[in-house]
Each structure stands twice: as structure tokens, then as C-alpha cells.
Write a protein that binds this ligand. Structure first.
Ligand SMILES: [Zn+2]
Length: 150
């Protein structure tokens, strides 16, 4: 075997080890995050956890910054699976909603305006100035409630 080929082989092996380590790190992180979410839900006596249906992730992905967008959607899918598993064991229901417009809509007045969201802040003309993630969370809850009572 040529020295060059051997070098490449070592490099490939090194990359694989990093990939496996990263993979384990992500699985471990997802277990920790899902554990915290379900523990909080139990503590707050939450009956249903509502999440965005990842098959409709495009609208969500658009609103995330570049670093977030680079995260593989597998990461989110796995996290949701872990949340589902732990929630089921805790007797908590899990439901999904279509995530369309959840990041662009105002959770107070329902106006849809992409420019209302600037980085971590959502600011609407109706004086709703809140953290963008909280705005999304409220929209998810509102959507679910609308579906329930439609
Ligand atoms: Zn508003």
C-alpha cells in the first residue's frame, strides 16, 4: 500500500471515530434535554406536550439562524422520539401540530409578519414584545387549542 493511501485510510478512520463520538454526544444530549422537558412537565402537572410536526419543518427551518439550520433534522426527530418515550412512561400525552407560521405569527393578535421576529425577540404592533421562542411556544399551544375546539 502506498504511503499516501495509508495516510488517507488513517484520516478516514479518524473521521469515523469523531463521527461516532459526536453521534453518542448528540444521543446523550437528547436524552438529557428530553429528561428535563418531561421532568418539568411532570412537575407542572402538564397533561399534554405539543410539538411541531417535523414533516412540515420548512417554515421553522427558514426562521432559524444558519448555525441552527445546519443541525440535522434527525437531531430534532430523535429528540421528539425521546420526549414521546419518556412522556408515555410519565402518563403524559404527546400531540403534534403543523408548524406553518408559528415563528412569524403574533401569539397575541395572530398577525403574520416575518419582520416582527428579530433574532431572539418577537415584536408586534399590538405591543406584544416577547422572546421569539416563547412566542412560538404560545402559537403552538394556540394552534392545538384551535384544533381541539374547531
Ligand atoms: Zn400582535
Amino acid at each position: 500500500m502506498l504511503r499516501r493511501e495509508l495516510g488517507q485510510l488513517k484520516k478516514d478512520k479518524a473521521i469515523k471515530i469523531i463521527d461516532d463520538k459526536e453521534q453518542r454526544w448528540i444521543i446523550d444530549l437528547n436524552h438529557k434535554i428530553s429528561r428535563q422537558i418531561v421532568n418539568l412537565a411532570v412537575q407542572e402537572e402538564v397533561g399534554t406536550i405539543i410539538m411541531e410536526d417535523l414533516e412540515n419543518i420548512r417554515d421553522t427551518a427558514e426562521s432559524l439562524n444558519r448555525a441552527d439550520r445546519n443541525l440535522d433534522s434527525c437531531f430534532f426527530y430523535q429528540l421528539q422520539q425521546f420526549i414521546e418515550d419518556k412522556a408515555e412512561l410519565a402518563g403524559i400525552k404527546v400531540e403534534y401540530i403543523n408548524p406553518q407560521y408559528t415563528s412569524k405569527s403574533c401569539s397575541r393578535c395572530a398577525r403574520v409578519k416575518k419582520s416582527n421576529r428579530k433574532a431572539n425577540l418577537y415584536s408586534c404592533e399590538c405591543c406584544n414584545h416577547i422572546h421569539a421562542d416563547l412566542n412560538v411556544s404560545r402559537n403552538i399551544a394556540n394552534k392545538y387549542l384551535e384544533q381541539q375546539f374547531a
